[in-house]
Design a protein around this ligand. Structure first.
Ligand SMILES: Cc1cc2nc3c(=O)[nH]c(=O)nc-3n(C[C@H](O)[C@H](O)[C@H](O)COP(=O)(O)OP(=O)(O)OC[C@H]3O[C@@H](n4cnc5c(N)ncnc54)[C@H](O)[C@@H]3O)c2cc1C
Length: 457
């Protein structure tokens, strides 16, 4: 067999099931082509592009240590490349989802490569469960998280990883260029760094996870979303470690495992109902006439809504390519409820910025906030940005970090700027509408409008 192995977003040398498959099937393989299909990050921010290409670069450096130099081919040219090299079989992650463009997920790639006459072999690589294995009575996915968690949590067990030697694999590997034409050498993340960061989180932070996950001004969560989106660590290994150490602090370990199962839950839903990527999961929410106010959308994107907590979060996203989970909930509710703008606009903007963008988690996150998803927040439980700010950024540290104009302002004035308008002007030289935007909507009025618009459905 002339085997092409797609290392798409599986940028790790350790615990990589694609490599174990090659090792186990060595006797049947005449030649092995490792291929990194390069993504066209059209519409992505420069930061996201730099992170992606930088991470690919670091992976190439790591592979070179084992004398493996993969071929780098764009997705568009992949079928043509395989035909030219006379590759007859493709091995790829059967659970690869979209991290930027939908057509890079397993569904589209399988179709495209099969049409090019290639035989496709798929194996588990990026997620823990095979979707069907999680189904209720074997034939239907769970649509609510708690029963999904209860039914599937007992099946999360320690799994022994298959061993392989990359040095030996290099003997049957056809040498490609192993070189990337993009120049983002210092960006992105290496597998080694990701594993080290994860280990630090396990050593220092997980035992206070439930408290830490609400800290805004400092990232005290795991950042696994980033490592998982580039396949830098195997989810099976993560669960192995969590299960192994769980007894040290069951409450916090279990809270963390539960979050990882949210990722699995959303993945299963997206695989089963791919149409949810672009349409509301709940049929009675599909005809909503969302606001088409582009000026408000721009202000939300640029962090100019006049609600400091929302604006700080959008700055975090625009400056770092990451956003804290609570803030993702706050800004998505603000866009869809306070501004009544289509969740798909927000989903798309997040896609362009988030370095940890994962279509399944993002779409479900947005549909949760917009109340259009399955197991979503009910429409009447609308976040109040002022209350969220008071509760989760009491001392204003997060707001001050991303909105320097407020550096010297007492925290008490930061949550509700409209109420503290006079004090801001007199004591801090901040004039709403001039030096900082006045709130673009009145939350109370928006809330009333939502009750009427969504309550009728
Ligand atoms: C509107 C919205 C959009 C989102 N978009 C994305 C996205 O594009 N990519 C993404 O990975 N996550 C997304 N999330 C989920 C969540 O915000 C991130 O996974 C989390 O903030 C990542 O930081 P962390 O790894 O440090 O989290 P931790 O708190 O350390 O959590 C560990 C892991 O558990 C999983 N997890 C935690 N919370 C969630 C959740 N709510 N949904 C699904 N999985 C979860 C993730 O894999 C995460 O890496 C979104 C949430 C919302 C509300």
């Amino acid at each position: 067999m002339q085997l092409g192995v797609l290392l798409n977003r599986v940028f790790r040398t350790k615990h990589n099931p694609l490599f174990s498959y090659v090792e186990q099937n060595r006797s049947k393989i005449d030649a092995c082509y490792f291929i990194i299909p390069l993504e066209d990050l059209k519409g992505a921010s420069e930061r996201k592009k730099a992170f992606y290409f930088g991470t690919v670069n670091q992976f190439l450096t790591e592979l070179a240590k084992y004398e493996i130099r993969p071929f780098l081919v764009t997705y568009e040219k992949l079928p043509e490349f395989c035909q030219k090299q006379k590759i007859d079989t493709i091995l790829m992650a059967g659970d690869i989802m979209s991290y930027h463009q939908e057509e890079y997920d397993i569904r589209h790639q399988r179709e495209k490569l099969t049409a090019a006459g290639l035989e496709i072999k798929t194996i588990r690589v990026q997620h823990y469960f095979h979707p069907r294995a999680t189904f209720k009575n074997g034939d239907e996915p769970y649509k609510v998280f708690t029963p999904f968690y209860k039914a599937n949590r007992p099946h999360v067990t320690i799994q022994k990883p298959a061993a392989y030697s990359l040095k030996q694999l290099s003997e049957i590997t056809v040498t490609g260029t192993g070189h990337l034409d993009h120049s983002y050498p210092d960006d992105g993340l290496s597998e080694e760094q990701a594993v080290a960061n994860w280990q630090t989180f396990l050593n220092e932070s997980i035992e206070a996870y439930e408290t830490n996950r609400e800290v805004l001004a400092e990232i005290k969560t795991s950042w696994l979303s980033v490592y998982l989106a580039y396949g830098l660590i195997d989810i099976q290994q993560i669960f192995n470690q969590l299960l192994d150490q769980r007894e040290a602090n069951e409450k916090n370990y279990e809270a963390f495992i539960r979050e990882l199962l949210f990722r699995e839950f959303y993945y299963v839903l997206m695989v089963t109902y791919p149409e949810m990527a672009t349409q509301s999961f709940k049929p009675n929410y599909r005809q909503i006439e969302w606001s088409l106010n582009k000026a408000n959308f721009e202000r939300w994107k640029n962090g100019e809504t006049g609600y400091p907590i929302v604006d700080a979060a959008m700055q975090e996203l625009n400056q770092t390519g990451y956003m804290h989970n609570r803030m993702r909930m706050v800004v998505s509710q603000f866009l869809t409820k306070d501004l009544f703008i289509d969740w798909r606009w927000g989903e798309d903007y997040f896609r362009s910025q988030l370095i940890d963008y994962d279509n399944a988690s993002n779409v479900n996150g947005w549909q949760w906030s917009a109340s259009t998803g399955t197991d979503a927040v009910p429409y009447f439980r609308m976040f109040n940005p002022i209350r969220q700010s008071e509760r989760f950024d009491q001392d204003g540290a997060y707001i001050k970090q991303y909105l320097p104009i407020f550096k010297a302002v007492p925290a008490a004035y930061l949550h509700d700027t409209e109420k503290n308008k006079a004090k801001l002007a007199a004591e801090c030289d901040i004039e709403l509408g001039k030096t900082y935007p006045a709130p673009i909507v009145d939350h109370k009025q928006s809330r009333q409008a939502i009750m009427e618009k969504l309550g009728r459905r």
